[in-house]
Design a protein around this ligand. Structure first.
Ligand code: WT7
Length: 683
């Protein structure tokens, strides 16, 4: 274990943006309207978690009230003990019961656009009927409470219905992102011991059809060779046309749902019953099935939705999160956190640049979106495509902008603020993880002054700290390990089938409660996030990236994100990824991969050399000579997962000059990127 206490912080961002004041024309009512109000509520949530969370949780529907708020026996947290509730009921039925059955719950827009786009609006009553039918159909196929149903679909309304139908009947879902391969399905289905798959014939993506059903067929063949029988496959028809059909196993989703009764009471679930598995990659190969349970996840995702996005029912708001439901962001902030808030949630089927690079802004204007939540990687793509695209649309409905997934470089933050937010909308940079279930460190839009690139301050109930390896708090402006010192309601409850990996990954970084090195039997009480970060003089958190990505250059540790941010602040660079590479003298050198602004691509090798020299000087100026990249490659695209995460391990291999990529590339979005990157080697 290395000591990260000296991760050097080299980013100097000084700008502060005050939250819009309550009486700004056109500004919404802010649920938390000042930093003092935030601080008072945060203090109470830490001093009296039982009182704070108990009160919040009692506002939900429980068929049996909980008797205790929290029980913490590291690494095991239990929340709302003894309570019974149902996620689907709190998302859907409660709204119907309170007289809002006909209000829009889900606004869906399809990708193909031929004149008018295809739009479907589902009310809470529609969701109630459709989830009931599907839940009954699943029961008829032998799915029982606690079974795992695999969902591998495109972004269609039936996906939201499938997820909620599982919750309704007490089955756990395992949603697999529709961009993953057949092999990914095989691994996850086996790990979860799942026997039923819900899929689509295909999905639209940038005008092309993704053959989802073919992939499921290939996975099922592979699975049966491995002795694992999938008994039922339900197929939603999105594309039309023929797909291969295995009689007895395959069923038409619309047909089985239609044949089922629209009456299905919600199954009372223990607060700690499994709600879902969601697979995420770790530093080693095998994906981890992150376990989330019912009550705590429900309360945390709904509370963060409300305060972080400032959701107010009946105020004409429309919320849009651009993530795929295949990721935790889609689970928590398209479905489970938003529906209980009674603000309609937008779901868009396709790509941001289909048919044109202005599609997102077209959607914002058409549906009068008030909250917009996306990822920094998308914002950098928008920057590259040009400000004229949002400029053509009326974005005046927007109230709050959000980002998630990686640190946002200040340039992208400023572009978002200027060209999307009209310098009017607060930006919430939300730090969290698949494992945390919901937001952890984030501004509140009406309360928190923001600094571009900082996720600011912990949410209610979150006791975040920067620690060294001994578990001691680091001084301000000193990098260290980001840890959470006590459980929150939506903390992961385990890694499916792997207790040891659960403890090793998250509860073994800091000493145990007895001060001794942690063991599987006496784990650390602090949750380790895997991220390096620092707190500035105001207590604001600045994420420096995964600790695995930290580069040690001549004994000085550099967060990769800060070097990347410096590169991107040069006018020629759109996006940059930095990794460590073996270096004769320094031990580790800095290797940079940059995509360039159109018009800045060097026409020949002398021009490329000159640009490299200019970028090195630029980084030296922004950060210091220590961070100067030793190698810079220009490329038209970076290798990314389909969720937009840069695949640094591939870049590390390339930077190290490895001839053959022997690593797992199944999650890579575009294989040709790799070949082109290899050719881009510095001359
Ligand atoms: C990792 C979690 C949470 C949903 C999407 C990603 C990085 C996430 C931020 C942010 C800086 C961020 C962290 C974290 N990350 N949000 N606002 N600022 N870094 O979920 O795949 O579980 O990844 O994403 O490194 O640990 P995930």
């Amino acid at each position: 274990m290395h000591d990260s206490s000296s991760i050097e912080s080299v980013l100097h961002e000084q700008r502060v943006f005050q939250p819009p004041s309550a009486n700004t024309a056109g500004a919404p009512r802010w649920l938390i309207g000042s930093i003092d109000e935030y601080r008072a509520m945060h203090r109470r949530s830490i001093d009296d978690p039982e009182g704070f969370w108990g009160e919040i949780a009692r506002a939900f529907h429980w068929s049996t009230p909980f008797s205790r708020v929290v029980d913490w026996n590291p690494p095991d947290a239990r929340w709302f003990i003894g309570g019974r509730t149902n996620l689907c009921f709190n998302c859907v039925d409660r709204q119907v019961d309170s007289g809002h059955g006909d209000d829009p719950a889900l606004i869906w827009e399809g990708e193909p656009i031929d004149g008018e786009p295809e739009i479907r609006r589902l009310s809470y009553r529609d969701l109630q009927a459709q989830t009931s039918r599907l839940a009954n159909a699943l029961r008829a196929m032998g799915v029982a409470k606690g079974d795992v149903v695999t969902i591998y679909m495109g972004m269609v309304p039936e996906l939201a219905v499938a997820v909620l139908a599982c919750a309704r009947m007490g089955a756990a879902h395992s949603v697999i992102f529709g961009g993953f391969s057949a092999q990914a399905i095989v691994d996850r289905v086996i790990d979860a011991d799942s026997r039923v798959i819900i899929t689509c014939d295909g999905a639209w993506r940038r005008g092309q059809v993704v053959p989802l059903k073919d992939n499921v067929d290939a996975a099922c063949d592979q699975l049966s060779k491995q002795g694992h029988a999938v008994s039922h496959v339900l197929v939603c028809r999105r594309i039309g046309g023929d797909v291969a059909w295995t009689t007895g196993r395959d069923h038409d989703l619309a047909q089985v749902a239609n044949d089922a009764s629209p009456d299905c009471p919600c199954e009372p679930m223990d607060s700690e019953d499994l709600a879902f598995l969601l697979y995420t990659s770790g530093s080693t190969g095998k994906p981890k099935g992150i376990r989330h349970t019912t009550g705590g996840y429900m309360v945390h995702t709904a509370l963060t939705s409300r305060y972080v996005f400032n959701l107010i029912p009946d105020a004409g708001q429309v919320f849009w999160c651009t993530a795929d439901v295949g990721w935790i962001t889609g689970h928590s902030y398209i479905i489970y956190g938003i529906l209980p808030s009674r603000v309609p949630t937008v779901m868009y089927e396709g790509a941001p640049n289909h048919p044109q690079p202005d599609r997102f802004w077209d959607i914002v204007a058409r549906h009068r979106v008030t909250q917009f939540y996306t990822a920094p990687t998308a914002i950098r793509a928008f920057m590259k495509w040009g400000a004229e695209h949002p400029g053509r649309h009326d974005l005046s409905s927007l109230q709050v902008l959000g980002t998630v997934g990686e640190p946002i470089n200040p340039e992208a933050w400023m572009w978002y603020h200027t060209h999307i937010g009209g310098q009017r909308c607060p930006i919430v940079d939300t730090w969290w993880q698949t494992e945390t279930g919901g937001h952890m460190i984030t501004p509140l839009p009406g309360a928190t002054p923001t600094k571009p690139g900082s996720c600011t301050l912990p949410f209610f109930g979150i006791d975040a700290a920067i620690l060294n390896e001994r578990g001691q708090e680091q001084p301000r402006n000193t990098g260290g390990l980001l840890a959470i010192r006590r459980p929150w309601p939506s903390i992961l409850r385990g890694v499916h089938g792997d207790r040891e990996r659960f403890i090793q990954t998250y509860f073994s970084r800091f000493p145990g409660s007895d001060g001794k090195p942690p063991t599987v039997d006496s784990p650390s009480p602090f949750y380790f996030t895997g991220d390096g970060a620092r707190q500035d003089q105001d207590g604001y958190f600045w994420i420096m990236g995964r600790v695995d990505d930290v580069i040690n250059v001549s004994g000085h540790r550099l967060g990769t994100m800060e070097v990347e941010s410096a590169l991107v602040s040069h006018p020629a660079v759109v996006e940059a990824a930095v990794v460590g590479m073996p270096h004769e003298i320094k031990g580790t050198g800095v290797a940079a991969f940059c995509t360039l602004e159109p018009g800045h691509a060097p026409p020949d090798e002398p021009a490329a050399k000159a640009l490299r020299a200019a970028l090195r000087e630029h980084v030296a100026r922004e950060i210091g000579a220590i961070a100067k990249p030793d190698s810079i490659r220009f490329t038209d695209a970076l290798p990314k997962t389909r969720s937009g995460k840069i695949m640094r391990r591939l870049l590390r291999s390339l930077a190290a000059g490895e001839e053959k990529i022997t690593q797992d590339t199944t999650t890579l979005e575009d294989f040709s990127v790799l070949a082109r990157l290899k050719e881009s080697e510095e001359g």
